[in-house]
Design a protein around this ligand. Structure first.
Ligand code: PEP
Ligand code: MG
Length: 598
């Protein structure tokens, strides 16, 4: 059968691009595509009496590069320890024999100019790095390249191009940025950056995280796909770029980013009010975060706790997973800062879209998965790499005395996985007791409900855990078989799909039948249009981006629980998502003003 109209009927690809999110935060701004003038290392034969002059010129460029780095280092705040050590490592590279002596040797022996000699030395170093198996060490060649680029620039007399014009907020797009470029972005009005190259463990990514600058890397052809002046929303957590978003969507993100008293007075009132419906039913409104750097925002916007601490990023800064002591220090700060509010720490959720193939180390499973979305990820990874899991659990329990801890296991799909994890938890607790560590009483253990099998088995799981956290980001993807990072199908990703709503309801009912609390921490909880439907299903907690807490609290406090239940009932009766949206458009105006849910 032929389909002559198929071409016309196809939905246009969504205006979304997918890179690797390496530094969390969502920003909306116009793009500046930053194209470096490439310095061509042309070959020039030099007369013998010019050789020493050329060596001096190269030595001068090396010295100037060192001076620039020292100057940048002096300007850095002491608390940017990661960034400081990266600059120090670049300073050391400027003394490296393979770069300096080799380049001088080539100038002298081949009677050539410094640029060509440096390019030669660099390609010899690259050959050596290409032969190294360990992907983390291989990636360090990028640092050598960044340092060499600085020297090339100085040899050609190139000035630093300014990153951004006066005043206007921008997101920078380039083939690559060095860690030092990233540090220079602090001075401009740069709200985030996007590169074609790079990975989670690149030093550029580490500096971006240290500065709290949202960043997405590894998006091939970004400099051709985007043009200076394009409006985009960049999500440094998920790695998603939305091109040309609706103006109200841009405004919403920009408003959310305006911290420190700049919230409209009307909304700011809700920072300090309690989270309850108009008739006094309490619902916890907590925050999703990935780094300690986000704690000030969590406290500023008045969250009732941390509903999801994504613990992955702490594993990507170094060649090896962090050791137990480093983790204890992080979790301790987190718990103490939020006490007496609860903090839900999700154990390592690597795999799938979360960079298993970039995980530090040199393991057999690296780069080998054909279908990572369904592969060795999340709890399965922890049960496979048990020492990494045990070390994280030990750190969590040791830190537990500093606050109110809940431990959350990601992507559990079968009761056997939960039972194995619980056995490991019991062993870790026995070990800690034996070694004399105190552990808080009442640390709760819960699972993410984010695959359909967990929903179907929710009654079994509910009898064996202390709480559920519904992860709708994954649940929607897995139940509808939609990769929302895929531009051809992303428009089918639909939170109001009746199957999704029914699964949420089923999970809440199963949890409540066993008297355990049920939260929801996917993006749906940050969307004020979804929230009335979710609240009406009886969720005990919604966990969202910190900045949206006041907005969701305003909505919560204006609605009565019986009205919300009625909205949910009607949504659950709808046969498709359009009907849900139509119903909401009709019913919500009676509940609260439009701006509360738009
Ligand atoms: C989810 O799947 O909804 C969730 C919160 O987890 P993540 O987005 O980190 O996969
Ligand atoms: Mg998930």
């Amino acid at each position: 059968m032929t389909c002559p109209d198929q071409q016309d009927n196809r939905p246009p690809p969504a205006r979304a691009l997918q890179g690797i999110g390496v530094s969390p935060g969502i920003v909306a701004a116009t793009v500046v595509v930053f194209k470096r003038r490439t310095v061509r290392a042309g070959w020039h034969h030099l007369p013998p009496d010019h050789i020493e002059h050329e060596v001096d010129r190269f030595a001068g460029a090396i010295k100037a590069a060192g001076d620039e780095l020292l100057l940048l280092r002096e300007k850095l705040a002491d608390d940017l320890a990661d960034a400081l050590s990266i600059i120090d490592s670049h300073l050391l590279m400027l003394k490296d024999k393979m770069i300096v002596e080799r380049t001088i040797g080539i100038i002298r022996h081949k009677n050539v100019n410094a640029e060509w000699a440096l390019a030669q030395a660099l390609s010899e170093i690259k050959e050596r790095f290409d032969r190294i198996d360990d992907s983390y060490i291989r990636e360090r060649f990028t640092d050598i390249k960044h340092v060499a680029d600085r020297v090339f620039g100085l040899l050609s007399g190139r000035e630093h191009q300014p990153f951004a014009g006066e005043g206007q907020a921008v997101i920078l797009v380039a083939n690559d940025f060095s860690p030092e470029d990233t540090l220079r972005m602090q001075a401009g009005n740069v709200h985030g950056f996007l590169t074609e190259k790079g990975g989670v463990t690149s030093h550029t990514a580490i500096v971006a995280r240290a500065l709290g600058l949202p960043a997405v890397v590894g998006l091939e052809h970004a400099t051709s796909l985007l043009t200076t002046g394009d409006a985009i929303i960049l999500d440094g957590g998920s790695g998603q770029i939305v091109l040309d978003p609706a103006p109200e969507e841009m405004r919403r993100v920009q408003e959310e980013n305006r911290c420190d008293g700049l919230l409209a007075d009307e909304l700011a009132r809700y920072i300090h009010l309690s989270s309850e419906t108009a008739d006094g039913v309490a619902v916890r409104l907590s925050a999703n975060i990935e780094t300690l750097a986000e704690l000030p925002a969590v406290l500023h916007f008045g969250s009732d706790g941390i509903g999801l601490f994504r613990s992955e990023l702490d594993y990507f800064n170094n060649r090896r997973p962090p050791n137990e002591e480093q983790l204890v220090a992080i979790y301790q700060q987190l718990l103490a800062a939020m006490s007496p509010h609860p903090v839900t720490v999700r154990t390592l959720d690597v795999g799938g879209d979360k960079f298993l193939n970039r995980f530090p180390g040199n393991k057999a499973w690296l780069d080998r998965e054909r279908n990572p979305a369904l592969g060795l990820r999340s709890i399965r990874f922890s049960l496979y790499e048990r020492e990494i899991f045990r070390s994280q659990l030990r750190a969590l329990f040791r830190a537990s005395v500093h606050g109110r801890l809940r431990i959350l296991l990601p992507l559990v799909s079968a009761p056997a996985e939960l039972r194995q994890a619980k056995e490991i938890v019991a062993e870790v607790l026995a070990e800690l007791a034996e070694n004399g560590y105190s552990v808080a009483q009442g640390v709760e253990l819960g699972i993410m409900v984010e695959v359909p099998s967990a929903v179907v088995m929710a009654d079994v799981f509910a009898a064996e855990v202390d709480f559920f956290a519904i992860g709708t980001n994954d649940l929607i993807q897995f139940s509808l078989a939609i990769d929302r990072g895929n531009q051809y199908v992303a428009h089918l990703y639909e939170p109001f799909h009746p199957a999704v709503l029914r699964m949420i309801r089923q999970t809440v009912e199963a949890g409540h039948a066993c008297n355990i609390s049920v939260s929801l921490c996917g993006e749906m909880a940050s969307d004020p249009l979804c929230v009335p439907v979710l609240l009406g299903m009886g969720l005990d907690e919604l966990s969202m981006r910190p900045a949206v807490v006041p907005r969701i609290r305003r909505l919560l406090r204006h609605c009565r629980s019986d009205e919300l239940r009625q909205i949910s009932r009607q949504a659950l009766q709808c046969g498709d998502s359009d009907q849900v949206r139509d119903m909401l458009a009709r019913q919500l105006p009676a509940l609260c003003p439009k701006e509360f849910y738009q």
